[in-house]
Design a binder for this molecule. Structure first.
Ligand code: X8Z
Ligand code: ZN
Length: 644
């Protein structure tokens, strides 16, 4: 490992300045040093990304070992740079921009771990967890032959399309048996080491360090307030879906209990779009469009899906993908049998406009939307590529997750699908609108409690309030509390169900997705306004609006150079996160769900804590007084009945 150049500049500079031992307040010289850092860091990160890409697209002992080596070199670089910055410069009196850069350079993550043996162990543990998750398979005996299924596409397809209760449970249990127990002790070790690094970096624990990226003291409370605002809509969706599932699965789905977790068409019950056929409000009307059959009929393949997405971006006046993107990306699972990390991700190699996507794309509408999600990350990379490296990031992590989803909100409208030849006709019909909004809610509203709870679990693991003896129990307590689901089989502490979700072994913070699912509707509303859209928000398609594109571009180009409220203001005119755009988008469905649930005298929620009777949406404030008595009696009787 040669890190000579890392040290050369600071040492020379120190001599020139003649102030060795005393940090300098000379801002001009400090900014030159930052320039040097920028060039050097790009090379270091390029090397690190290259080794990581090699591992992710070909998991072998050698690529794993190489990736760990380079990762350690990178940590060493980060540590030395932070030490040099602190020794050389006193930036407390410098400009906002210079301070922001130095603060960022000296906030160094796991590289802060002083003990080299521990840093090596941490790096190895992380690498090993990723390998276990990405190479896991579920095997079964079929006519005397062993048949092993990989996660993508085998298990995802079975869960998306299967409707046999026991078969779905086999897949659900199988995945958790194959991944969780192998990860349990590694994760425990990881938590300790990661916390040690966070403390060395000046934080209470890893969770606190992650939350600091949002730069708002009231972050947790703000999220809680938003969650509470959105909860009634989720409870109404949940109650409606529960009734529909009970029509399919009979008394295995009770109308008052949490719903068995394996029935949602998704391994983690996080998004429910794959069971749209079971819950469609108006089956004889169009609206809840799944264009997968059309895509297959038209011989779509991965490249075509990515080109469709690119064309949407360029229609807004945003950047096309560089040639190297098409040459170097991995957009289908390799057929030569090598193990790869299939989980979709978008890469910024930090130099030479080298951006890539790695995705085992399946020809489905769900994957078409994921393609837009990933291309949103790449577009952000393209737009902030001229910023110094230190500012190349999302205004906050939720912004980065929201970009592609904002476009996908337009792409999924019937009008747009029709325009790109994936839908034969568009019907103007309020029932079709409800079908459409239901399909969207299964993706966006169903996700909210899931997006919220993952890091509730992890923050408590990191702060020590959830210990290893309670990992799984606490996971399921939160899953039931927030999502209203229950496991189909007995769980215990030999299992480790959190580890069966990619972002836990991969150590990707998750609250970003909750943030994204809220702010993407704010962005959508603002861009629709810019595009001159009139009519309900859910019918807006910003395709070909360069005015919307310019607004988006201005925000993307800022990267992390300003605190995120400024980026939010640049695109929406507001400085805070709010649930109001999301609620506005779904208002027609909210009204419809409330009416349906009232007609069915549905219990909203799933235990004494959250139970609440469906409200009569027609009851005005004046009639509410008269309605109170019968409703209370009904509630009392129901509560007595259901608690028995
Ligand atoms: O992980 C992802 C993206 C990659 S950043 C495909 N998402 C979350 C998930 O699937 O768990 C997007 C939505 C939430
Ligand atoms: Zn993403």
């Amino acid at each position: 490992m040669s890190l000579q150049t890392t040290r050369v500049f600071p040492i020379l500079l120190t001599l020139v300045l003649g102030v060795a031992g005393t940090p300098s307040t000379d801002e001009t010289a400090a900014r030159e040093w930052l320039e040097w850092y920028n060039t050097r860091a790009q090379d270091v990160y390029y090397k690190s990304s290259t080794a990581s890409w090699a591992y992710n697209t070909n998991i072998t002992d050698e690529t794993q070992q190489r990736q760990v080596e380079v990762s350690l070199e990178t940590s060493q670089f980060i540590k030395e740079v932070a030490q040099n910055a602190t020794a050389l410069w006193d930036w407390s009196g410098m400009s906002f921009d210079t301070k922001r850069k130095f603060d960022s350079i000296t906030n160094i993550g796991s590289a802060a771990l002083q003990n080299q043996t521990k840093l090596e162990r941490l790096t190895n543990v992380q690498s090993e967890m990723r390998r276990i998750y990405s190479t896991a398979k579920v095997c079964e005996n079929v006519d005397g032959q062993e048949n092993c299924m990989v996660f993508e596409p085998d298990l995802t397809r079975e869960l998306a399309t299967g409707r046999d209760y026991n078969r779905l449970q086999f897949i659900w249990d199988g995945w958790r048996a194959s991944v969780g127990p192998q990860l349990r002790s590694l994760y425990q070790e990881f938590v300790d080491l990661s916390n040690e690094a966070a403390v060395a970096n000046g934080f209470d624990n890893t969770g606190a360090s992650w939350r600091s990226w949002y730069e708002v003291d009231t972050f947790e409370q703000d999220l809680e307030n938003i969650y509470e605002e959105l909860k009634p809509l989720y409870l109404n969706l949940h109650a409606y879906v529960r009734r529909k599932l009970s029509e399919t699965y009979g008394n295995r789905v009770s109308l008052t209990d949490p719903i068995p977790a394996h029935l949602f068409g998704n391994m983690w019950s996080q998004q429910w779009n794959n069971i749209f056929d079971l819950v469609e409000p108006y089956p004889n009307k169009p609206g809840g469009i799944d264009v997968t059959p059309k895509m297959v009929e038209q011989n779509y393949n991965a490249t075509h899906m990515f080109r469709v997405s690119e064309e949407f971006f360029t229609s807004l006046g945003l950047g096309a993908m560089p040639d190297t993107f098409w040459e170097r990306s991995m957009i289908v699972r390799p057929t030569d049998g090598r193990d790869v990390v299939c989980y979709a991700s978008a890469w910024d190699f930090s130099r030479d406009r080298d951006f890539r996507i790695k995705q085992c794309t399946d020809v489905t509408m769900e994957d078409l939307l994921t393609v837009h999600h990933e291309m949103g990350h790449i577009q952000y990379y393209i737009q902030y590529a001229d910023q110094p490296l230190i500012y190349r990031g999302g205004a906050n992590p939720g912004f980065h997750e929201a970009v592609g989803d904002v476009l996908a909100l337009s792409v999924a409208t019937p009008k747009h699908l029709n325009q790109i030849g994936l839908l034969d006709e568009v019907t103007e019909d309020p029932d079709a609108d409800i079908n459409f909004l239901m399909a969207t809610a299964l993706e966006k509203i169903a996700f909210l409690p899931f997006g919220y709870l993952i890091d509730q679990w992890r923050w408590r693991v990191f702060d020590g309030s959830t210990g290893p003896d309670n990992y799984n129990a606490e996971w399921w307590r939160l899953r039931t509390k927030y999502q209203g689901i229950k496991p189909p089989s007995t769980r215990d502490e030999t299992l480790f169900d959190p580890g069966c979700k990619f972002h836990i072994p991969n150590n990707t913070p998750y609250i970003r997705y909750f943030v994204s699912f809220v702010i993407q509707f704010q962005f959508h509303e603002a861009l629709c306004r810019e595009a001159g859209h009139t009519g309900p928000l859910h019918t807006c398609d910003i395709y070909r609006s360069t005015a919307a594109g310019d607004k988006l571009k201005a925000m993307l180009q800022m990267g992390t150079s300003k605190p995120w409220p400024e980026a939010m203001e640049a695109i929406t005119g507001q400085r805070s996160m709010t649930a109001s755009s999301l609620l506005k988008y779904f208002q027609p469905l909210t009204d419809w769900l409330k009416q349906k649930n009232w007609e069915n005298r549905e219990k909203l929620g799933w235990d004494a804590e959250t139970w609440e009777d469906a409200k009569d949406p027609a009851a005005s404030f004046a009639s509410a007084v008269q309605a109170t008595l019968p409703v209370m009696l009904l509630a009392l009787m129901a509560a007595i009945f259901f608690r028995c």
